[in-house]
Write a protein of this length. Structure first.
Length: 450
C-alpha cells in the first residue's frame, strides 16, 4: 500500500443532534456576535441620549423656576415684560439646537453665541437666571473642542460671579466661591464621562476588530475544511473510479481484436463505474451520505457490494471478500458508516494499484464500545516507519492520511501492520457513544464527522 503526507484535519462542526453540519449551512449562519455588537453601540448611544435629555430638561426647569421666582418677587416692574420676552426667546432659541446638529459648524457656533448672549442679558436683568449656566456649561462642552469649551465655561463663571456681586449688599464669600465650585464639578464630571465614553468606544472598536478577525479566521477555516472534504471525496470516489476506468479501457483496447466479447465486457464495466462516479459526485457536492449507504442495507451491505465490485474490476486478479463479526447493538450513526465505507474504498484502491495482491478481506467487527474495520491483503507489503503509518517514499497525497483524518474526526484511530513480502493489514477503530441518537435518513445526512 502506498502512502503520503496528507492535508490538515478539518474542524467540522456538529449540530444539536451530534451530526456534522454541511459547510454551506454553517456559512449561511449569521455571525453570532453581530447582535452583541449592535447592543454595545446602542448602549453607548443610549447613555449619551439620556444625558442630553437630562440637561435639556434641567435647562427648561431652571429657566421656568427662575422666571417664576422673578415674577413672584418683582411683580409689576417695568422690566417684567422684557424678562418674559427674553425668557420665551431663550427657550425658543434653545429648541433650535437639536435641529442644527451637534458638530461645531458655523451655524451651530452662531446659535451658541446667540444663546449665551440672550442668557447674559437675562442674568443682568435678573441674577436668578444665573442657574441656567449649568446646562449651558454642558452645551458648550458638548459642541466646542476641549480648550474653547473650557474658556467658555470660565467666562460664564466669571460673568455669573460678577452679576451676583453687583447686586449683593456687601461682600459674600458664597457668591464668590459657589459658582466656580459648581462650574468645576460640572466640568470635571462631564470631562470624566467623555473620557469614559471614549475609552468605551475604543474598547468596542477593539472588540469589533477582534471579532472581525475571528470571523475571517472562521471563514478561512471553513473554506479549508470544505476544501479538505472535497479533496477526500474526490480521492475516494472520482479518482479511484477514473483509475479503474483507465485500467479497464486499456485492457479492452488490448483485447479488442483478439477477444471482442471480453473487451466489450470491460467497456460495460467502465461505463458502470462512470455512472456510479457521477452519482457519487452529485452526492458529495451536496454533502450527502455515499450512494452505497443511500441505497439501503447499511454498512454491511455496502461493504459487500464494494468487495464484489473490486473483484469484478480486477477481473478476478484480486479476490475481495467481506466478513462481519458480531452484531451492532443499535444502528451505527450514518457518520460512522460513511467514514468506514470511505476508508474501505481508499484501502482497496491502494491494494488494487500498489499491493499486487491476489486476495483481500474486509472484516467489520462490532464490539460493545466501538466498531473496527480491518482491511487485509496478501500483497507485497512495505516497511512501516516508526514515526507513523506513512512510508518514507510516499508519493500519494490523499491515501492513508485522508483515512486517518476520517478516523480522527470521529475520535478513532487508524493503524497499519505490514512488512515486505508479508502483506498489509489496515485497522480503523471508531468509538461509539453509550447512547447514540438514532441516525437521520441516509439520503439527507451530511457525511463529514464532527
Amino acid at each position: 500500500m502506498q502512502h503520503g503526507s496528507g492535508p490538515r484535519e478539518p474542524g467540522a462542526r456538529t449540530g444539536a443532534d451530534g451530526s456534522a453540519q454541511p459547510y454551506a449551512a454553517r456559512r449561511a449562519e449569521p455571525p453570532a456576535h453581530a447582535e452583541a455588537d449592535a447592543d454595545a453601540n446602542a448602549n453607548a448611544d443610549a447613555d449619551a441620549r439620556w444625558l442630553a435629555l437630562l440637561m435639556h430638561a434641567a435647562f427648561f426647569l431652571l429657566l421656568g423656576a427662575s422666571l417664576a421666582r422673578f415674577l413672584m418677587r418683582h411683580p409689576g416692574e417695568d422690566r417684567t415684560p422684557w424678562i418674559i420676552a427674553l425668557s420665551i426667546g431663550l427657550a425658543g432659541l434653545y429648541l433650535l439646537g437639536p435641529v442644527l446638529g451637534s458638530r461645531p459648524t458655523p451655524r451651530r457656533l452662531a446659535w451658541l453665541a446667540g444663546l449665551v448672549a440672550v442668557w447674559m442679558v437675562l442674568v443682568v436683568l435678573a441674577p436668578s437666571f444665573a442657574w441656567c449656566a449649568v446646562p449651558l456649561f454642558y452645551t458648550g462642552l458638548r459642541i466646542l473642542p476641549p480648550r474653547p469649551a473650557l474658556v467658555l465655561v470660565a467666562l460664564l463663571t466669571v460673568f455669573v460671579v460678577a452679576a451676583q456681586l453687583r447686586l449683593a449688599a456687601g461682600f459674600d464669600p458664597n457668591l464668590l466661591l459657589a459658582p466656580p465650585a459648581v462650574a468645576a464639578v460640572a466640568t470635571t464630571a462631564f470631562v470624566h464621562m467623555q473620557r469614559q465614553a471614549a475609552r468605551q468606544r475604543e474598547l468596542i472598536d477593539d472588540l469589533l476588530r477582534t471579532r472581525r478577525e475571528l470571523a475571517a479566521t472562521e471563514r478561512r477555516e471553513g473554506t479549508l475544511a470544505e476544501r479538505q472534504r472535497l479533496s477526500m471525496e474526490i480521492h475516494d470516489t472520482l479518482a479511484q473510479g477514473l483509475s479503474s476506468q483507465q485500467m479497464l479501457l486499456q485492457a479492452a483496447d488490448r483485447t479488442w481484436t483478439a477477444d471482442p466479447a471480453t473487451a466489450r465486457r470491460h467497456v460495460r464495466t467502465a461505463t458502470g463505474i462512470a455512472e456510479r462516479n457521477l452519482a457519487e459526485a452529485r452526492r458529495f457536492v451536496h454533502d450527502l451520505a455515499p450512494a452505497d449507504l443511500a441505497e439501503g442495507g447499511g454498512l454491511e451491505a455496502a461493504l459487500s457490494a464494494l468487495a464484489a465490485r473490486e473483484t469484478a474490476q480486477t477481473q478476478g486478479a484480486t479476490t475481495v471478500r467481506c466478513h462481519v463479526e458480531g452484531a451492532a447493538q443499535s444502528p451505527l450513526p450514518v457518520l460512522v458508516q460513511s467514514a468506514l465505507l470511505r476508508i474501505a474504498q481508499g484501502a482497496l484502491a491502494n491494494v488494487r494499484e500498489h499491493a499486487g495482491a491476489t486476495a483481500a478481506a474486509l472484516t467489520l467487527t462490532h464490539l460493545d464500545d466501538r466498531v473496527v474495520l480491518d482491511v487485509g491483503d496478501d500483497g507485497r507489503g512495505f516497511t512501516v516507519p516508526e514515526g507513523g503509518p506513512v512510508p518514507a517514499d510516499g508519493v500519494r497525497g490523499h491515501g492513508l492520511p485522508a483515512m486517518r483524518a476520517r478516523a480522527r474526526q470521529l475520535g478513532g484511530t487508524l493503524t497499519i501492520e505490514s512488512a515486505p513480502g508479508e502483506g498489509t493489514v489496515l485497522s480503523a477503530s471508531i468509538p461509539l457513544a453509550p447512547a447514540s441518537p438514532a441516525p437521520a435518513p441516509a439520503d439527507t445526512s451530511p457525511e463529514e464527522p464532527a
